[in-house]
Design a binder for this molecule. Structure first.
Ligand SMILES: [Zn+2]
Length: 376
């Protein structure tokens, strides 16, 4: 079965409205390795759509040895949310929920199913746990359309060996979020994509989609490791494909080719592995990602660009209040809290007090802020 396309209807919330997920499948279901790739869970993050398009084109003519599942538009609910000409794709308009949070944590339900049944064979344990995850997932009864959409996406991905969730930031360099246990396993993908930052965590809070797929494995390893080995069998990663406006065929083709080379290296797609470029970065802790926040409202005048390296105390941007009586006192310098890479910055140029202006990837974990590692 080289390439098939399925439509998964979502439950209708309102008479006369219905949405669905379109699922592209390559290879033979059940063969390994299995790879799951989705784009646009944050529905206003467009680069992944075009990358998925180029990937589908390439996969359709490739010899797929394992199984590849691609959902090129993962969030039709978010895609439909336009308010007076502005697309709102990150948060649900009905309750304000972030579309990439609140995925089901199936670790406990899977644990109950496999406790006392693991043994010394890691591959047998992985197969047993995957079956338990599928069973636990099948018992969940999502309450509404958005919950059903998240449930369907997780169901397509949860037994995959590799999961790529394609996102983007406001303005940014290519960067990845993934689990501590999955590094350096994913270093080849990072190098091939030219990622300039890789942020590692074991529990970033939320949980986001990638952790809903992957963190189950290290949670079960902690709880059941005495019974037998539980490897991190689902390598899930959030891939941030630059900024919202970085959408063109040249970059999307290059990103799709990098992903395809990763599939070749893993034996999912037939081909000859090619040498990797040198990595563009070392991995750093997600807890070391410093946020530059606007202390007051005003125009954002950036002093540094994404991809720049800064020292602690260096000015990244100034906030300008044009109403100040003394123009010389109208500017507030926003400085880098730590040394590191300006990984992302705002794509608007006016800030409200408390707005996120820039994110700087530092090398060392910062003291816990109490608000979780992900900036909602
Ligand atoms: Zn996103």
């Amino acid at each position: 079965m080289p390439h098939s396309v399925e439509t998964h209807p979502l439950p209708s919330e309102r008479i006369g409205t219905s949405r669905s997920l379109t699922v592209h499948r390559f290879g033979t279901p059940g063969t390994r390795p299995k790879v799951y790739i989705q784009a646009g869970l944050h529905a206003d993050e467009t680069p992944g759509f075009l990358t998925a398009h180029h990937l589908i084109r390439r996969l359709a003519s490739a010899r797929v040895l394992g199984e590849v599942v691609v959902v090129p538009v993962a969030n039709p609910v978010g895609l439909s949310q336009v308010v007076k000409g502005t697309h709102v794709g990150r948060y649900a308009l009905n309750d304000g929920g972030n579309f990439n949070r609140g995925f089901a944590d199936l670790a406990e339900a899977a644990q109950a199913r496999v406790q006392g049944r693991l043994g010394p064979d890691a591959a047998a344990n992985v197969a047993l746990i995957r079956g338990a995850l599928r069973d636990a997932h099948a018992e969940v009864r999502p309450g509404d359309e958005i919950a059903a959409m998240k449930h369907a996406l997780l169901g397509l991905a949860l037994d995959a060996d590799l999961v790529l969730d394609l996102h983007c930031d406001m303005e940014a360099v290519v960067h990845l979020y993934t689990g501590d246990a999955l590094w350096p396993e994913l270093a080849d993908l990072a190098a091939d994509l030219g990622a300039e930052a890789v942020l590692l965590a074991s529990d970033s809070g939320g949980p986001p989609f990638d952790e809903a797929c992957s963190a189950t494995w290290w949670r079960l390893s902690e709880r059941l490791g005495a019974e037998g080995p539980v490897p991190p069998a689902c390598a899930a990663v959030t891939v941030e494909l630059r900024g919202k406006a970085d959408v063109d065929d040249a970059r999307a083709t290059a990103d799709a080719e990098a992903i395809l080379r990763t599939l070749v290296r893993r034996g999912v797609v037939e081909g000859d592995p090619v040498p990797l470029p040198d990595p563009a970065c070392e991995a750093t802790p997600l807890a070391g990602l410093a946020r530059v926040i606007a202390p007051a409202s005003g125009v954002i005048a950036f002093r540094r660009s994404v991809g720049d390296r800064v020292e602690a105390g260096e000015t990244v941007a100034e906030i300008v209040d044009p109403t100040a009586k003394d123009p010389d006192a109208a500017r507030i310098a926003l400085t880098a809290p730590v040394a590191g890479l300006v990984m992302a910055r705002s794509n608007v140029r006016f800030a409200g007090r408390g707005d996120l202006i820039a994110s700087i990837a530092g090398a060392a974990a910062l003291p816990a802020s109490g608000r979780g590692l992900l900036f909602d």
